[in-house]
Design a protein around this ligand. Structure first.
Ligand code: HPA
Length: 254
């Protein structure tokens, strides 16, 4: 693709229940095609308090793509080609440990990847350089710290740290799977955290996750028989999202 890339202050990838950034002004839409194919949908670039912000709905604006069919490489390649260096990933998740009940916002600092069969590297094609990027600290420390500090300044409650477990989906997990993830050290469970974070590292992008807890993961809440419904997920994401505009504004204000 060949797009003149004026820098973007922040790119935001929206997850389940988050298909647009309502406060963006003067929005232009881009439909880039990258060497990895087309991203999930249009990249909307606009301004927020005078800062250039890009937004991409990870599942498509009509939520048509399940987690394992998202072209994570194309999404990140498109944002990078349009001028983004910092990517804030919004991920709707289930909460496993006590600090992460429904409607909590979290900024995890670790992850475990349980996904399989997804294209998870830029080294997939024959002849590409083999990369072994360091991934001991999977999220970019400076961006995480900026998000945590911004939340404090904006008065938005945010849990700093925690381990995100990325599952294959699209089905939710069994109680035994969640119990195992808890024993493994996971605090949160979602379906889209990987390969996105690993690819961002390969692309050389700064990347952090803002997790929005939509439900107790299977068997993790008070009622072990609770059934997780999509409506509960969407209601809780909508309620927790009220903290996002002030948080994003504070991240941009730096
Ligand atoms: N598990 C996996 N992904 C999720 C969940 C969950 O409980 N809730 C929202 N995304």
């Amino acid at each position: 693709m060949n797009v003149a890339a004026a820098p973007i202050d922040l790119a935001v990838i929206g997850g389940t229940g988050l298909y647009q950034l309502a406060d963006l002004q003067d929005v232009e839409s881009h439909q880039p095609v990258t060497r990895y194919g087309a991203p999930s949908g249009p990249v909307r670039i606009g301004t927020l308090d005078g800062h250039r912000v890009a937004f991409l709905a990870r599942h498509g604006e009509g939520h048509s793509l399940p987690p394992h069919q998202i072209n994570y490489r194309a999404n990140l390649a498109a944002l990078q080609a349009l001028g983004a260096q910092r990517v804030l990933a919004l991920n709707t998740v289930g909460g496993i440990t006590e600090r992460f009940g429904p409607r909590v916002l979290g900024c995890p600092d670790q992850l475990i990847d349980y996904t399989w069969g997804r294209i998870s590297t830029l080294c997939e094609e024959p002849g590409t350089e083999v990369l072994h990027v360091d991934f001991g600290e999977p999220y970019t420390r400076s961006l995480r710290e900026a998000v945590v500090a911004a939340a404090a300044r904006a008065g938005v409650a945010l849990v700093d740290g925690g381990c995100y477990g990325a599952t294959q989906g699209p089905r939710l997990e069994t109680r035994a799977e969640i119990a195992r993830m808890k024993r493994d050290g996971c605090d949160l469970v979602g379906m889209t955290g990987m390969p996105e974070a690993g690819l961002a590292r390969e692309f050389g992008l700064d990347y952090a996750c803002l997790a929005i807890v939509a439900n107790w993961a299977a068997g993790a809440g008070q009622d072990p028989d609770e059934v997780i419904t999509l409506q509960d997920v969407l209601d809780n994401v909508a309620a927790a999202s009220s903290g996002l505009p002030p948080l994003l504004r504070a991240v941009l204000a730096g």
